[in-house]
Design a protein around this ligand. Structure first.
Ligand code: SF4
Length: 88
């Protein structure tokens, strides 16, 4: 987890990365959090970590919960297709 020492969010209020809700001012908060992630030198590692551990809540690697869920679904679908192709 040494990559966290280089995180752009180290000096930012952690609450920014845990928006409550998905509408109104929360959308502004999400965009502000993503803007911090966009200039983060460890963004990819952060996102991979969040996907690996199944981090459900919060903004990680510039993605929301629902975006990570969609990524996991796509990845699972590809795994199923790959296994199906090997079996046939
Ligand atoms: S990508 Fe975003 S949440 Fe992850 S370490 Fe960087 S600033 Fe923090």
């Amino acid at each position: 987890m040494a990559w966290r020492e280089r995180a752009a969010c180290r000096d930012v209020d952690p609450d920014l990365f845990f928006p409550i809700g998905t509408a109104g001012l929360t959308l502004v908060q999400i965009e502000e959090a993503k803007a911090v992630c966009a200039r983060c030198p460890v963004r990819e590692r952060c996102l991979q970590w969040a996907l690996d551990v199944g981090q459900v809540e919060g903004i990680w690697g510039g993605t929301t919960e629902s975006q990570r869920r969609a990524t996991r679904r796509r990845s699972a679908r590809k795994d199923v297709e790959r296994i199906g192709a090997k079996a046939s």
